[in-house]
Design a protein around this ligand. Structure first.
Ligand code: 5RP
Length: 240
């Protein structure tokens, strides 16, 4: 089996938690796209859900499958969001933003009653940080913001190179919100909570890709089967 098959397996398991009448958040990335594909098939068979996408890419995919779409302003509270991740640790802390959609992903996840993360086993880590942490920043004052991130991250025990993500050609990548993304190669992030607290104090930082205390359930598929991680206060029934 390939990573693609495991992503699909995880997506299939997440679909079990979807019921007609739900308001859903749809994540971004190749794993979330598997879920959207499967959801589209269920919608074609009569499942009645309304969905808020976390990116223009997901919006386009869902629309092409005939999935009913809305905005978070139409439905400020969602029943369930299903999304992927770049890294997942034992405590269900995540790094997200590899696809550059971290801000909308975090807004939609926090507006959701439940959040399921789906992934193949390569995303499961003991310590976050091998994947460079994406941080969304406003273009104005970039150099000042870089300096502050470097100082504040060092105070939180994290040092490493910070790279402005490139889009087409040599141009910076621009997020759906018109911002830049810095990919911060900090290596092991031993205290993600302290780093997240520090980053929040920097005016030019819009959002970091650290998702802490947000996911309720992670469904991780791999050669050994399916691993399910559940947060302590999750009310999910573990039927996978
Ligand atoms: C996008 C994300 C994605 O969920 C993350 O990058 C995982 O993507 P993939 O499923 O393609 O590995 O956070 O901003």
């Amino acid at each position: 089996m390939s990573a693609d098959d495991w992503k699909r397996q995880a997506a299939e398991q997440a679909l079990i938690h979807v019921r007609s009448g739900m308001k859903l958040g749809l994540g971004t990335g190749s794993t979330a796209a598997k879920f959207v594909q499967l959801l589209g098939e269920k919608v074609r068979d009569g499942l009645d859900v309304v969905c808020v996408p976390t990116s223009e890419a997901t919006r386009a995919q869902a629309a092409s499958l005939g999935i009913k779409l809305a905005t978070l302003d139409d439905h400020p509270l969602l029943d369930l969001t299903v999304d992927g991740a770049d890294e997942i640790d034992e405590e269900l802390r995540l790094i997200k933003g590899g696809g550059g959609a971290l801000l909308r992903e975090k807004i939609v996840a926090v507006a959701s009653n439940r959040v399921i993360i789906i992934a193949d086993h390569s995303k499961r880590v003991d310590t976050l940080g091998a994947f460079a942490l994406p941080i969304e920043v406003v273009p104005f004052g970039l150099k000042s913001t870089l300096g502050l991130i470097s100082d504040m991250a060092a105070d939180a025990g994290c040092t490493g190179s910070m790279t402005l993500r490139k889009g087409a050609g040599t141009q910076p990548f621009i997020s759906d919100n018109g911002n830049y993304i810095l990919d911060c190669a900090f290596g092991n992030i031993d205290d993600p909570e302290s780093l997240e607290d520090a980053l929040k104090l920097i005016p030019g930082v819009v959002e970091s890709g650290l998702f802490i205390g947000i996911a309720d359930l992670a469904i991780i598929a791999g050669p050994m089967g399916i691993e399910v991680l559940s947060s302590e206060d999750s009310e999910f029934e573990l039927d996978v």
